[in-house]
Design a protein around this ligand. Structure first.
Ligand code: HEM
Length: 400
């Protein structure tokens, strides 16, 4: 006989302005309320604690990605992508993408990405102060990803609004998502209908993949999806992380000094930024059967909200989770997800961010963070502006 437990509910809306502005406090409230909380505002069941989130991610047969977004239109649009696919289709779709983002492909790009990072940081440091989002967190990944795909001309200006809109649309159809439909539609139309090989710079990865499609090695549809995923998934997440990195290091000068003394802590510092300020803190799933999570029965066909950002701050997993500590090295944080859907672009993201971090260590002895403002997005937690002030420049030997 099944015992039906009545769910613990909360009036919290995961996508309201209040939640987006106070994510850490709202998640803490949910996490301490219960491991599973029913949210009528989102018609969803939130899984709030680290071990339960990770267990769900390890069971894609029960927690399907067919409802990774919180609205049916977007789930339909995403149905040809690895993000929203289940095995066995997921493996095939992911392979097309990861072939082009493999460690070997990344190794080839490293020299160029690090040189661009060095030039940018040296120039910004020489100014004495700069605007952290526009001048660094946005400028750098936009340049790298557009050059990688080979996007040229006036289309380059569209990339930011396109990337931002794609993430707004993963939420429910609130005002932010409604306003984003036409903008994200332009991106989809470009990648799936309008983009041609000659639009893309010669020698770019985008042009190479196009030529592979022309030779019949992959379908033209796959080509569209690869470019779409790199532009949509890779932009706002990386931008958000670079902004958070600046703020965390600027606000913890003793840890920045420690990092300069021991640059081998760079990877651990990035992991700690992703843990403490998770850039995309909620992803959706749908249950394929009735399932019990931490003693709570969840029906089949239920919309699930996996709170990666809450798991990353769970004191049951991370001691004193609110303390930013670059020596913690939380290798099993959930910032890139976990399991078969773990971020397929993390090699590129790490290359971009580590390139910037190494350049920062090389050229900047110390800096201070002034005023910081937030930009609201349904799925990412970006800052809008960051004042980077009082830069003291330095020259130290290269570590790369
Ligand atoms: C710091 C930057 C980034 C963060 C924090 C991040 C975060 C994530 C997370 C949490 C997931 C898992 C989604 C899920 O569980 O359903 C994911 C998946 C994915 N990411 Fe990233 N991402 C970043 C950068 C990138 C970049 C640069 C690219 C592309 C070049 C990319 C492409 C993808 C793709 C294609 C998937 C789907 C993988 C699959 O379903 O198999 N991401 N990312």
């Amino acid at each position: 006989m099944t015992t039906v437990t009545s769910p613990i509910t909360s009036p919290i809306d995961l996508f309201s302005d209040h939640t987006l502005q106070n994510t850490e406090a709202v998640f803490a409230e949910l996490r301490e309320t219960a491991p599973v909380v029913h949210l009528p505002a989102n018609d969803a069941w939130a899984i709030t604690r680290y071990e339960d989130v990770r267990e769900a991610l390890g069971d894609p047969a029960t927690f399907s990605s067919k409802q990774v977004a919180f609205n049916p239109q977007m789930n339909q649009i995403l149905s040809g992508t690895s993000l929203a696919a289940d095995p066995p289709q997921h493996g095939d779709l992911r392979a097309v993408l990861t072939d082009n983002l493999s460690p070997r492909a990344m190794r080839k790009m490293k020299g160029e990405i690090y040189a661009k990072a060095d030039a940018l940081v040296r120039e910004l440091a020489g100014r004495g102060s700069f605007e952290g989002m526009t001048d660094m967190a946005v400028a750098f990944p936009v340049q790298i990803v557009l050059d990688l795909i080979g996007v040229q001309g006036e289309l380059r200006a569209k990339i930011l609004p396109w990337g931002e809109a794609a993430f707004n649309l993963l939420g429910p159809l609130n005002e932010r998502a409604q306003a984003s439909f036409p903008i994200a539609g332009e991106l989809f139309k470009w990648t799936h209908e309008e983009m041609k090989g000659e639009d893309l710079a010669e020698g770019s990865i985008g042009r190479n993949i196009w030529e592979a499609a022309e030779r019949g090695e992959i379908s033209h549809e796959s080509f569209g999806y690869i470019v779409h995923q790199i532009l949509a998934a890779g932009m706002d997440t990386t931008i958000t992380t670079i902004g958070n990195l600046l703020v965390q290091l600027g606000n913890h000068p003793e840890q920045y000094a420690q990092l300069r003394e021991n640059p081998s802590l760079a990877a651990a510092a990035l992991a700690e930024v992703l843990r403490t300020k998770t850039p995309a803190p909620v992803f959706g799933r749908v249950t394929t059967r009735e399932v019990e999570v931490a003693g709570q029965t969840i029906p089949a066909g239920a919309q699930i909200a996996l709170l990666y950002g809450s798991g990353n701050m769970d004191p049951r997993k991370f001691e004193n989770p609110e303390i930013f500590d670059i020596t913690r090295n939380p290798v099993d944080h959930l910032g890139f997800g976990y399991g078969i859907h773990a971020c397929a672009g993390q090699g590129l993201a790490k290359l971009e961010i580590n390139g910037l971090l190494e350049a920062l260590i090389r050229h900047v002895e110390s800096f201070r963070i002034g005023e910081v403002t937030q930009r609201l997005n349904n799925f990412t937690r970006p800052l809008a502006t960051i004042e980077v002030l009082d830069i003291v420049t330095a020259e130290v030997p290269a570590t790369a």
